[in-house]
Design a protein around this ligand. Structure first.
Ligand SMILES: N[C@@H](CCC(=O)N[C@@H](CS)C(=O)NCC(=O)O)C(=O)O
Length: 266
């Protein structure tokens, strides 16, 4: 029997970062053991047995070997199990409001990932419009529930822990798609929220440089550590370390850098 829960995770994964943020907010980063999985290698059969064949991470294994999947479900488990200090709202109505915002994370995540993985330049405006519409929707929600504040409520809470890792991953859109929020009133509230989320001390597990370099293959259409044609290494490999690699080319529709240009081979 383990002496604390184990989270199997891919270090740059946004869904795992949600858990790291909530534990950091609670001052309980040591309450869970994080075990790193290399997404570019075949999955350990023992872990596959535990997950009954599914490969998506994070997965939490309790001390007595029971398995919990899905980052939002694991967040709920952490919140219930390590209740003090709370990160989720306690008041039933406020909790419902928090959940309504969190319910938007799936379409938001999907729109950003489909945008970065798009390979058809003619489709760029449609992806941009779709993501902007989702940002406007979040802006409207924040204006409705806390027009003059920064956070959804009075501080960085559960909704912020869910969205911040996505705001960080979407640095790949700034870099590879030249995407930014327009400087228009329809985005002012969500921009204020996003900037405060990005700067919060409990959410500094990854950097823009790390994300831009590791997600290069997503920008060329290959997700989850898959190998692109002509390449022998994924941009998600652990070695060489991302700090030692050059910044990838930004013009993803014109240039497809190989292993050497990306600093993936010695
Ligand atoms: N809905 C899941 C998504 C998890 C997910 O897609 N994780 C990615 C890493 S960021 C993954 O494990 N990819 C590898 C795979 O699916 O085999 C959650 O919220 O936990």
């Amino acid at each position: 029997m383990a002496d604390k829960p184990i989270v199997y995770h891919i270090p740059v994964c946004p869904f795992s970062q949600r858990l790291e943020i909530v534990l950091a907010l609670k001052g309980l980063s040591e309450a869970v053991e994080f075990r790193v999985v290399d997404i570019t290698r075949p999955r350990d059969p023992e872990l596959l047995r535990k997950t009954r064949g599914t490969t998506a991470l994070p997965v939490l294994e309790t001390e007595d070997g029971r398995i919990i999947k899905e980052s939002l479900v694991i967040l709920g488990y952490i919140e219930d199990r390590f209740a003090e200090p709370p990160v989720a709202r306690r008041d039933p109505y406020e909790r419902a409001v928090e959940r309504m915002l969190i319910a938007r994370e799936g379409p938001f995540t999907m729109a950003g990932y489909l945008f970065v993985m798009n390979q058809d330049e003619a489709e760029r405006p449609a992806h941009r419009d779709k993501l902007l519409a989702l940002y406007r929707d979040i802006d409207g929600f924040l204006v409705e529930h806390n027009p003059d504040g920064t956070w959804l409520f009075d501080d960085f809470g559960l909704a912020e822990a869910v969205f911040t890792p996505m705001f960080m991953r979407f640095w790949f859109l700034d870099y590879y798609e030249d995407f930014d929020l327009p400087d228009e009133p329809a985005y002012h509230r969500v921009r204020r929220w996003r900037e405060a989320c990005l700067a919060h001390p409990a959410a500094q597990q990854v950097s823009r440089e790390e994300i831009v370099k590791l997600y290069y293959d997503y920008a060329l259409g290959a997700g989850n550590g898959a190998l692109l044609p002509g390449r022998s290494r994924s941009s998600f490999v652990f070695e060489p370390h991302w700090r030692e690699r050059p910044w990838p080319p930004r013009d993803k529709y014109a240039t497809r850098a190989g292993d050497e240009a990306l600093g993936l081979v010695a």
